[in-house]
Design a protein around this ligand. Structure first.
Ligand code: GMT
Length: 393
């Protein structure tokens, strides 16, 4: 198939999913065309079978707001025509789904059919999409998409309830490449120790957090949890990512007198090399429609201490009784803002090496058994095929 993909190319879960999907599809022999305003950050530009088409947005003194969605629609139609795309897959509804709808209509005028799939990721529904200035058009473009997928059952339910959507939505969970996101092999213990030494001494526990530092991620809670932990056990914290709340976190770390125990690593390209170094991942978000960062950590055998919000319980099973029952307890969940609970549970877990080890193994097994790209990719491919085989009306 020739597949067009549009996403936000910057640091964020929907862009990560879209890029990894493109990489996996190309590895399966499909031709993938990314259409966006800059190259997605996890692409090198040298991947076989992957092509990138920039969307130029020209400005004009009259435009206080350059119309990116229109430039995107034009570029989508052009790329579809010149490269004979079979299907277009847009990630994050706003505004990508609307642009895809326009592109489909433009091509239809020339007798060409370009079906498009919209994948809902999170704040496109839970925050931005609920804003009344965006709601009617977002609803319309979801309803008009040829196919709609959602990255968790939770997000599907919210979309159906809050947007009054009547068309089917297919749940296709976030995924991770388990051959890239993996723990160090036992024979590589020395290599792990060497890499880990950059962040923590052997007797210190290493905590990690990975996000785009937006308010919804509650970075201040990450620092507060760590401050409580560091009073009880030797520990360090590595924060991966950057964004609007970084300076708040730095200020808090200084005020609490723990800044010398925290590494602010900024944006990192190869997080798969960092996540296996940690003992625990912290994800105390206000909302997560799934929690891709926790899945990436779990695949590296780093369990997460997280909040019981949105679709997170579809991934993290703190009782070992849900869909991950065969893998066992693979992480711990707490109410939003319960920094005491998360700190106490982290300390208790790390003081119990057997329990910690069991949780590490369960985390990796959950990723392998339920969320590896080898399991999820065929779902997307057969979904595309079902749309392409649908009789045209
Ligand atoms: O953070 C967002 O809401 C935007 C989105 C993104 O583009 O980064 O993240 C969402 O998509 C991820 C990938 O599907 C999910 O794993 C995240 O849970 C989700 N974030 C939120 O719901 C806050």
């Amino acid at each position: 198939m020739r597949i067009g993909i549009t996403c936000y190319p910057t640091y964020g879960g929907s862009g990560v999913v879209a890029t990894e999907l493109g990489i996996e599809l190309a590895a399966l022999g499909h031709e993938v065309h990314f259409i966006s305003y800059s190259q997605p950050f996890r692409l090198t530009g040298r991947e076989t079978g992957i092509f990138y088409h920039e969307v130029p947005v020209s400005n004009y003194p009259l435009f206080e707001f350059p119309p990116y969605d229109l430039a995107l629609a034009s570029r989508m139609a052009e790329v579809a025509e010149y490269y004979h795309l079979d299907i277009l897959h847009v990630h994050y509804a706003i505004p990508h789904s609307v642009s895809a709808l326009l592109a489909r209509q433009m091509l239809a005028e020339q007798g060409k059919h370009l079906p498009f799939v919209t994948t809902l990721h999170g704040t496109d529904i839970t925050l931005v999409g609920m804003d009344h200035s965006y709601l009617p058009i977002t609803r319309y473009s979801i309803q008009q998409s040829d196919g709609v997928t959602s990255i968790s059952a939770y997000l599907k339910d919210v979309t159906l309830a809050n947007f009054g959507i009547t068309r089917p939505i297919e749940v296709v969970h976030n995924f991770v490449n388990c051959d890239v996101y993996k723990p160090f092999a036992e024979k590589d213990d020395d290599a792990r120790a060497k890499a880990r030494a950059r962040f923590a001494a052997p007797e210190e526990f290493l905590f990690m957090h990975l996000s785009n530092f937006r308010p919804v991620k509650r970075i201040a809670d990450v620092v507060q949890i760590f401050a409580r932990v560091a009073k009880q056990i030797p520990a360090r914290l590595a924060l991966i990512g950057d964004g609007p709340d970084r300076s708040t976190a730095e200020w808090l770390a200084h005020s609490l007198g723990i800044h010398d125990r925290i590494h602010f690593l900024g944006k990192q390209d190869r997080v798969n090399e960092l996540l296996p170094l940690a003992d625990l991942m912290l994800m105390p978000s206000e909302m997560e429609s799934f929690g891709l960062a926790a899945l990436e950590a779990m695949a590296c055998q780093t369990p997460a201490i997280a909040t019981r919000v949105g679709g997170v319980p579809e991934l993290i099973d703190d009782q070992g009784t849900g869909e991950s029952a065969t893998q066992g307890t693979n992480g711990l969940l707490f109410p939003v803002g319960d920094v005491e609970g998360m700190a106490e549970a982290s300390v208790a877990l790390l003081r119990d090496p057997e329990r910690h080890r069991a949780m590490r193994l369960a985390a990796r097994k959950t990723a392998q058994d339920r969320f590896c790209s080898t399991r999820i990719l065929p779902r997307y491919v057969s979904y595309y095929e079902s749309l392409l085989n649908k009789p045209k009306l």
